[in-house]
Design a protein. Structure first.
Length: 416
């Protein structure tokens, strides 16, 4: 990377005219971190994208490509295989959706892009971004996940679908039934590839790849690439272009603290944090479904508005909770690790690990819910005596520092 693109820099004449024509307000990005501002100074216009796509990009509020978008968009447009490592919250989703939309021909009635996602909530969110960015393009996007009506999905596939977003099990089911025809699908995107290539999903993925066009392009995006990804890459992804923006693993804008407490003090400590911090929205993580529900009940009894979400809830209920939280109907959400992958709600500025996670990977994904797209955020960990070695190990594995919590936390660390 050769240049630091200052967030104070004047917009290009092209961008200025776009924003004026679309009647868009100027965005204040002065407080974004280098995770999204340390760019090469490229503009979206530099990629010669369709006018309708540029309209969607600027209406979405994107001004300039982030580092991962600068690196990925032109390479995916060249139909090359891609292996991209980038932090959560740095624009990964748009980095693959923008070139996929550019390459999609709405005149053709078949599935041209398949985007595989490990969780239902992230699939819904990704499909929403496809629709927002492609709103002027007449591109038909469909989302299909487990836990929803298979009959409805089958009926929808009788109509044209250009971009199919979904979870592997449901997509494979539709493909093997001969309903989702993937033989002309030229681009396969795997988001959160480390999770998709875990033992739970990998056999499904290998079958799905073979359902796609033999000339398929495969792009993997993830914050971490464990050994399982290398095995899949060696088998299916020939000569990938590798993007690595992971000099450090944790987002620069997230300040991390820990508080040593006894188990029985945790709820009181949480109450204190609620009263002392300026929380826009917070996600509070527990390690089990039972503890999620119990904690949500306790928080409600303390007089705070609070929702909860976990994998054992009915899908329709989960969708409703996610939608309501995203719309700001409540300030606090208690969650299991269901919610750690890719959920992009920029108003979340505080993440609290009520229960400290067991692995550095889980920790990384949890705290990535704050500080989305280069903004500031706070991660607070409630640590018991039994957690202390886990704390030291995760600090070491992520090469990060989790500091003792001070009596007063400067709002400048997480409120801009």
């Amino acid at each position: 990377m050769t240049a630091l693109s200052s967030s104070h820099a004047s917009p290009s004449p092209d961008e200025e005219s776009w924003r004026k024509n679309l009647n868009l307000p100027a965005k204040d990005n002065r407080y974004q971190t280098e995770d999204v501002t340390l760019t090469r100074g490229q503009e979206f216009e530099d990629y010669f994208l369709k006018r309708e796509l540029l309209m969607g990009i600027f209406e979405k509020g994107f001004e300039r490509p982030s580092p991962v978008q600068e690196r990925a968009i032109p390479i995916i447009l060249q139909n090359r295989n891609v292996l991209a490592r980038a932090k959560n919250g740095t624009g990964k989703t748009a980095a693959f959706i923008i070139p996929c939309l550019e390459k999609t021909d709405p005149v053709k009635k078949h599935i041209q892009v398949l985007i595989l996602i490990p969780t239902r909530e992230l699939a819904l969110q990704t499909s929403a971004v496809v629709r927002e960015l492609g709103k002027h393009m007449k591109v038909e996007c469909m989302v299909s996940t487990g836990g929803t009506s298979l009959k409805d999905d089958i009926m929808r596939l009788y109509k044209p679908v250009h971009v199919l977003v979904g979870t592997p099990g449901r997509i494979l089911d539709l493909s093997e039934k001969g309903v989702a025809i993937l033989t002309q699908c030229h681009t396969l995107i795997m988001d959160e590839a480390d999770k998709l290539l875990s033992p739970e999903f990998e056999p499904l993925l290998e079958k799905l790849v073979l359902h796609c066009s033999p000339e398929r392009q495969i792009c993997l995006f993830s914050a971490t690439f464990p050994v399982s990804v290398k095995k899949f890459k060696d088998k299916f992804i020939h000569h990938p272009y590798e993007i690595n923006l992971m000099d450090d693993l944790t987002l620069k804008g997230i300040t991390q603290f820990y508080a040593f407490v006894e188990e029985r003090q945790k709820v009181h400590c949480l109450h204190t944090l609620f009263t002392k911090l300026e929380i826009n929205q917070s996600v509070i993580f527990c390690n089990s479904v039972n503890r999620v529900e119990l904690l949500a009940k306790k928080i409600t009894e303390l007089g705070y508005s609070c929702f909860y979400i976990h994998a054992k809830m009915q899908q329709s209920h989960r969708n409703r909770v996610f939608h309501e939280f995203r719309n700001g109907s409540t300030r606090h959400l208690v969650s299991s690790d269901l919610f750690t992958r890719g959920i992009d709600i920029q108003s979340v500025n505080v993440v609290i690990n009520f229960d400290f996670p067991k692995t550095s990977e889980t920790y990384l994904h949890r705290i990535g819910r704050a500080g989305r797209f280069g903004h500031l955020g706070l991660a607070i960990n409630l640590i018991t005596f039994d957690d202390r070695f886990n704390l030291y190990r995760i600090e070491s594995e992520l090469a990060t520092e989790i500091k003792p919590i001070p009596p007063t936390i400067d709002r400048e660390l997480y409120c801009k």
